[in-house]
Design a protein around this ligand. Sequence first.
Ligand SMILES: Cc1cc2nc3c(=O)[nH]c(=O)nc-3n(C[C@H](O)[C@H](O)[C@H](O)COP(=O)(O)O)c2cc1C
Length: 338
Amino acid sequence: MTLLDSRLPLVAAPMAGGPSTLALAGAVSAAGAFPFLAGGNLTPEAMAADIAAARGLGTAFGVNLFVVPPGEIDEEAFAAYVVELGEDAARLGVALDPVPHRDDDHLAAKLALLRENPVPVVSFTFGLPPAAAVSALHEAGTTVLASVTDAAEAGAAAECGVDGLVVQGPSAGGHSATHHPSRSPGPIRTEELVRQVRAAVDLPLLGAGGVDGPVAVRRILAAGAEGAVTGTLLLRTDEAGTSRTHRAALADPAFGETVLTRAFTGRPARSLRNEFIDRHHDTAPTGYPQVHHLTRPLRRAAGAAGDPQRLHLWAGTGWRSAPERSAGEVISWLASEI
Ligand SMILES: Cc1cc2nc3c(=O)[nH]c(=O)nc-3n(C[C@H](O)[C@H](O)[C@H](O)COP(=O)(O)O)c2cc1C
């Protein structure tokens, strides 16, 4: 089966929190890649508005949703983290809400909307949708993808009836798609993970994580993936909605490495290493979305103040190769060795 209706075997990752824009989707799609909209962390109404606008592109596109796995947070650890973050909050002049908040990112409402207004592709991350939701999307004519980070998750995804998998390696920028946020994914190259998953399940695969140029794309395709996904390399493009502080940090040689950390949101996510991570990485509790909601005002204030030391600076291991160019040029460059 062919998962994606695009000229090139390249996919622009969904990037919630600002970077994914309609302009980015339009530019990558015009250059031949398959674009994703980020449906996570949006209200259903905002997602519907993005989809309505994307239909105007006249090309196929995908929508990505979060499936937040159940799991309560350790209340004592959460309370201790609230205290620990007090100094950062005071520095930025924000008050932290000491009550843990849990929600499911409006999954049911978003699924209902996508059943009524079908889109070509829906992908899920963080967990698996109920099999009934997959069937309903199929009935609406939608191709369904699940993001996985190991062969066991791939097996579970195959059982729930999805059409293909996004195999995300730990070098990926932003949140790990892991279905088990208390585990820290061990190091493995994306192409190797693609091979492992390919040996375990008989589904078409896309490989994501650590793409730093055309050679990485070629390796992921050679491992048997139908497409290579890129996120980080699009973050500094003209069309991305990446914040000014994030963009500047990606280009700043003072940032020397990326780390997978729960410090910002309670689930592993890869960010440029900054002072917030140095202070809180070892003590941050597992618990998404509770930690995400706790730190959100702090991160917003850091962004507004232009403070890269307290902001989540999502970046994959290939960040140094992220060019300040148009998204179309980045896609053409990535396609140059296919
Ligand atoms: C800023 C940013 C935001 C992201 N947001 C999402 C998201 O909303 N949903 C999702 O499935 N993956 C998200 N990801 C992960 C990407 O889908 C993809 O796995 C990753 O970007 C690929 O690795 P790379 O960044 O090294 O290219 C995000 C990544 C970044 C860098």
